[in-house]
Write a protein that binds this ligand. Structure first.
Ligand code: ADP
Ligand code: ZN
Length: 209
């Protein structure tokens, strides 16, 4: 089963993707994580990606599509994956249709007015966990592994505003693209805790997987 995950920045894609990948035994592939690993490693792709990510823009399609095509060709992707953060525009979706079989497009729908606060209040850990400051009670370390939490470089108000605009213009049209293919599963990701959203998603996916 190959699933792609759609949702605005701050919709909870990363959190839900890792929980869903565990439950359904799918490989979790996040293009944002791939770019951040490249930035950390100081690679050429990392340097290029950073110049776009810092501005809240999409990394060029040629680079992004090549990375995803290559990653989906590895053996560990053969038994199903959860693609988080790709495609992000119609061109990427058309390319993906050429080299992959998408079974389900899961859209996590969140009221746009919630997104700025969710992202700017987000603190993340290198282990993959993320928190909102309102639930940390002043704590600065990860509850799961004890490491120091930090704020993603692109989680500042200016970059978030640009990311939300990029999403609205380029990514949101994918909802109709996958609806037309009969693959869309839309779930409300704005109400309730991450666990409640997860249960809501599973309620839908259990019938399809
Ligand atoms: P979010 O969904 O919260 O914005 P991601 O980690 O998915 O976070 O992405 C971070 C940034 O990485 C994006 O703002 C964009 O610059 C870049 N990026 C991620 N996926 C893609 C993609 N499919 N195409 C182009 N750029 C991407
Ligand atoms: Zn941690």
């Amino acid at each position: 089963m190959n699933i792609i995950l759609l949702g605005a920045p701050g919709a909870g894609k990363g959190t839900q993707a890792s929980m869903l990948a565990d439950k359904y035994h799918l490989l979790h592939i996040s293009t944002g994580d791939i770019f951040r690993a490249n930035i950390k490693g100081g690679t050429e792709i990392g340097k290029l990606a950073k110049s776009y990510i810092d501005k809240g823009q999409l990394v060029p399609d040629s680079v992004t599509c090549d990375i995803v095509k290559d990653r989906l060709g590895w053996d560990d992707a053969k038994s199903g994956y959860m693609l988080d953060g790709f495609p992000r525009n119609i061109y990427q979706a058309e390319q993906l249709d050429k080299f992959a079989d998408v079974d389900i497009c899961l859209n996590i729908d969140v009221d746009p007015s919630l997104l700025m606060d969710r992202i700017c209040g987000r603190r993340v850990c290198s282990c993959g966990e993320s928190y909102h400051i309102s639930t940390l009670n002043g704590a600065t370390t990860c509850k799961k592994c004890g490491k120091e939490l930090y704020r993603r470089a692109d989680d500042n108000p200016e970059t978030v505003a640009a990311r939300l605009e990029t999403y609205a213009k380029q990514t949101a049209p994918l909802i109709d693209y996958y609806k037309a293919q009969g693959k869309l599963v839309a779930v409300d990701g704005g109400k309730g805790s991450p666990e409640e959203v997860f249960d809501r998603i599973c309620g839908r996916l259990d019938k399809l997987i």
